[in-house]
Design a protein around this ligand. Structure first.
Ligand code: NAI
Length: 340
């Protein structure tokens, strides 16, 4: 069985090879992103393994299906980039990896928060230039502050527990809170109240039609002046021009991001010879109160191993004709659950 692996990097290859020691699956390593231009490279491959910025809209899915692909194994948790209605229409199956180390992403969110609050990025640059002054590097104690979680799934719960460890009060908003998020000291409230009361807001919900630009000019105006905003989930949760305006006029104290709404053409590639061609992103990361990483929240040894083992388990199930674990269906929203 041939498996076309799009957006391959050396770390994908080594972890997938380690999870497939007997070599029972034939991986075709493709460095390019999956797009209308590259879909033909998977011709004759029953399985396509795709990543977060691969294009999986109806035309690309149609091209893959016409080339003989039956299964698309996403090596990520988020699947906002997949047209699930087209998947169903074409009779394809798509799986994702919902449960790889959620600690990796939660810990990264906290790393962004600590860097931003204590200005570690500025201090490090300054020290390299021989400047040991402290002006402009003042942060605040997290102890005793209020942190707001938007989304209390696997990652949000861990981020909240870490914040509780710092001595933060944790507010949470989630219309469908899982059982595990209850009885652990999170105070559930409306998103409006969360934004108004939090010194730090961290986004841990998926990108869906109702969460697109959940942080916009109106929600930014509701936030506490000087609050910090962290986003390790998906770039589309934030209206970037609105956030730039709030940062530039110091209404928002700082922004820590691992994701960006137009990241597909920037992230995971080396643009150092051409520079950043997206002026909006260039403007954003030039601000001193912004810390950014390029979608590396998942990037730990443990998470990559979990992902590779999950992909190989899906391939084994597919080859044996068993139900594929974590197969995705078009979304039918459940009624929101009230939490006291
Ligand atoms: P999860 O599915 O366990 O939890 C998501 C939570 O968000 C659920 O409890 C759900 O009820 C809630 N939610 C849904 N609609 C909401 C809304 N309108 N407002 C607030 N909450 C809402 O997902 P998990 O594993 O915690 O991942 C969260 C997100 O993190 C993923 O959707 C993905 O986009 C992102 N992610 C980022 C990675 C990175 O490398 N930066 C890696 C893995 C995931």
């Amino acid at each position: 069985m041939k498996v076309a692996v799009y957006s391959t990097r050396s770390y994908d290859r080594s972890h997938l090879e380690a999870a497939n020691p007997a070599g029972t699956r034939e991986f075709i390593w493709i460095e390019e992103r999956l797009s209308p231009d590259t879909a033909a490279l998977a011709h004759g491959c029953a399985v396509v393994c795709a990543f977060v910025n691969d294009q999986l809209d109806a035309p690309v899915l149609g091209a893959l299906a016409a080339g003989g692909t039956r299964l698309i194994a996403l090596r990520c948790a988020g699947y906002n980039h997949v047209d699930l209605a087209a998947v169903a229409e074409l009779g394809l199956t798509v799986t994702h990896v919902p449960t790889y180390s959620p600690h990796a992403v939660a810990e990264h969110a906290i790393a962004l928060l600590l860097t931003l609050n204590r200005r570690i990025h500025l201090a490090h640059d300054r020290m390299r230039r021989g400047d040991f002054t402290l002006d402009g590097l003042q942060g605040f104690d997290l102890y005793g502050k209020t942190a707001g979680l938007v989304g209390t799934g696997r990652i949000g719960i861990i981020a909240g527990r870490i914040l509780q460890g710092f001595g933060c009060r944790v507010l949470a908003y989630d219309p469908y809170p899982p059982f595990e998020a209850r009885g652990i000291g999170f105070e559930f409230c409306s998103i409006e109240e969360l934004l108004a009361r939090s010194d730090v807001v961290s986004l841990h919900c998926p990108l869906l039609p109702d969460t697109h630009h959940v942080i916009n000019a109106a929600s930014l105006a509701r936030m506490k002046p000087g609050a910090l905003l962290i986003n390790t989930s998906r770039g589309g949760l934030i209206d970037t021009p609105a956030v730039i305006a709030a940062l530039e006029n110091n209404r928002l104290g700082g922004l820590g991001i691992d994701v960006y709404e137009n990241e597909a053409v920037l992230f995971f590639e080396d643009h150092s010879s051409t520079g950043i061609t997206d002026p909006q992103f260039a403007r954003l990361i030039a601000l001193p109160n912004v810390v950014a990483t390029g979608h590396q929240g998942f990037f730990t040894h443990e998470a990559l191993g979990d992902i590779a083992r999950s992909i190989v388990a899906s391939l084994d199930a597919f080859a044996a004709g068993y139900p594929i674990p974590h197969a995705l269906r078009p979304r039918t929203p459940a009624a929101p659950v009230a939490v006291g």
